[in-house]
Design a protein around this ligand. Sequence first.
Ligand code: SAM
Ligand code: SF4
Length: 335
Amino acid sequence: MNELPKTLIDRFQRRVDYVRLSVTDRCDFRCVYCMAEDMTFIPQKHILTLEEIHEVARAFVELGVRKIRLTGGEPLIRNNILALIEPLGKTPGLDQLVITTNGSQLHRLAGTLRQFGVKRINISLDSLNPRKFRQLTRHGNLDQVLAGIDTAIAADFEQIRINTVILKGRNEDEVLELVDFAQQRGVDIAFIEEMPLGLIDEHDRALSFCSSEELRDRISQKYTLKPLGDPHGHAGPARYFCTGEGSPRVGFISPHSHNFCHLCNRVRVTAEGRLLLCLGNEHSVDLRAVLRDPNYTFFMLKHRIVDAMSTKPERHHFDLNEAPDIVRFMNTTGG
Ligand code: SAM
Ligand code: SF4
């Protein structure tokens, strides 16, 4: 193949125009659904350098990717992360640079991120009770995250979304309070069903599972939820509702009860440079090996990415009652 295509299309005619880049597997939190208490992290030398991540991002943008999400682990604790974000924010052809963060560093970084071209930001928040927040994140400080959310609101991002994972018997009683919190601050909120990624022994995922339908019923006790189409024209995995004219949105991401694979437009790159074609499958393509090949060229990297599209699976199969097929934790995958 001497000529490379300008867009990435897989075997099922899905256009891939969105990449989630995990910039680190490290995190200052240890959320109970995401990580084990004692984690073994990837050795530093195996993690892509910021320059390598930038190279991967440029390759995807040249192949028609229009949206990049930086995630992790916690992207904002990666050393010198702004040195990656600043040039990425100026990349011609990249329409949307967005970040998913636990919010712990936003009180000091939100303004700079906005200035460097980050348009939208997702902030995880599972509880408004300091003690419960600490239990669910194991290390998190609620006040610091709330200060970060306020700083992000003041920084005027185009969109801020709170991401919440609800676990039965843990924080399900806070659903309405979390919706109130988001509505009062004028930010969206999305409830994510827990996914069986990584072996954890802190709780039994089958018992803690709380479906989007249950949450909708709870929220409907106070709010009238009107379904919304997707304002950006791409149907993503979140199904959104509004609570009134011009109100912030309430969304549900339901990998169990609502399969959205046929709409999938995304791939992921792990912190060690594995290109994952599907969140729910182990198959990956090693981009680090290409980047560190003594004869490396930018063409080789793009070529490897184009070839990988033919291996994107049709769909994921999550089953909470089976041992997880996916042994990697969410922090390695990049949520
Ligand atoms: N550290 C950042 C954060 O927490 O937002 C970014 C990475 S985190 C892996 C991305 C998202 O994945 C978070 O919103 C988190 O709640 C979600 N997440 C982590 N593990 C999950 C799981 N097993 N099932 C569903 N969502 C999960
Ligand atoms: Fe860290 Fe985010 Fe995973 Fe929580 S969900 S442990 S904040 S990577």
